[in-house]
Design a protein around this ligand. Structure first.
Ligand SMILES: Cc1ncc(C[n+]2csc(CCOP(=O)(O)OP(=O)(O)O)c2C)c(N)n1
Ligand code: SF4
Length: 278
């Protein structure tokens, strides 16, 4: 491994034996991982006080690279596993890392209930708008008209807006950024770590190999530029019509509600009420 890599500030948080990583050249996932590590480093959190729970898929492999406790669960099940871990160890900072297919397709029900229950988790969804790991099948986040191996004539379904879904289900901290916004993304993750309740950070992360190739983005930078050009700040979006916002990705902070009891706090309250009776 090169000296430059060894001297990188993130290196101390990495599981060195698994480097170099296996993501494809141009994949956005490494940029999200870098933002997570920057957030932990800037907050000065002891990595031993964190735990990572992942589902299956390319983004689900992230636990390989962070030198923290890691629970690699089954497809779609990162959130219920993370919920159990958090309830048993309320002091742990529990990250749930999920792909968009993982979170919104097979794990969709867990997603809305974790948000409804306001479980104190840092949920980071890498949204590449497709099933990356398994060959580019259509996901509930694939934009209308875009191509996937299972929608060769273009996707005819309307995609989920994951942030609005989290908000409607009761999440108390919700933000969307892209991997081209590393500074606000890191800030959002820091806020999520410090937030008491269900934090949901969606990150638009280009997948040049599956999404890019199937949709005729001739190289990764064309795809990255497209994602960036389609992004509109939540403030600017307020003055735009529905037609103007068609196909755009709204980025920014959607929700930040304080002092809403999280599930651990509710359980503790219940436990105390029993203790007071006896
Ligand atoms: C129960 C179950 N169903 C299906 C699969 C196959 N599978 C593995 S990864 C994956 C999709 C991954 O897509 P996404 O969650 O968006 O993550 P990405 O690979 O794009 O990061 C699927 C369907 C599985 N492993 N387990
Ligand atoms: S298939 Fe896509 S998401 Fe998976 S590692 Fe390759 S570029 Fe990244």
């Amino acid at each position: 491994m090169s000296e430059v890599v060894r001297q990188h500030p993130a290196f101390k948080y990495m599981r060195k034996q698994f480097l170099p990583h296996i993501w494809c050249p141009g994949c956005g996932n490494g940029l999200i991982l870098a933002a997570i590590i920057r957030a932990i480093d800037e907050l000065g959190i002891d990595i031993d006080e964190t735990s990572f729970v992942t589902g299956i898929g390319c983004w689900g492999l992230t636990g390989n690279y962070i030198n923290a406790d890691w629970l690699h669960t089954t497809h779609g099940r990162a959130l219920p596993m993370a919920t159990g871990l958090k309830l048993m160890n309320p002091k742990l900072k529990v990250f749930a890392l999920t792909g968009d297919g993982d979170l919104a397709a097979i794990g969709g029900n867990h997603f809305i209930h974790a948000a409804r229950r306001n479980v104190d988790l840092i949920t980071i969804c890498s949204n590449n708008m497709i099933f990356g790991r398994t060959g580019g099948q259509v996901a509930p986040t694939t934009p209308e008209g875009k191509y996937a191996s299972t929608s060769p004539y273009g996707n005819i379904e309307r995609p989920f807006d994951l942030c609005r879904l989290a908000e409607a289900a009761g999440a108390t901290h919700v933000e969307r950024w892209t991997v081209m916004h590393p500074v606000p993304l890191t800030k959002a993750i820091k806020k999520a770590i410090e937030h008491k309740g269900f934090s949901f950070i969606e990150v638009l992360s280009p997948c040049p190999v599956q999404y890019g190739r199937k949709n005729k983005f001739r190289n990764p930078s064309v795809l990255y530029n497209w994602v960036k050009e389609q992004s509109v700040s939540i403030k600017k979006a307020q003055d735009m019509s529905e037609q103007e916002l068609e196909g755009k990705f709204i980025i920014g902070e959607f929700v930040k509600k304080e002092n809403i009891p999280d599930l651990s706090a509710q359980l503790l309250k219940l436990q105390e009420s029993f203790e007071n009776k006896s």
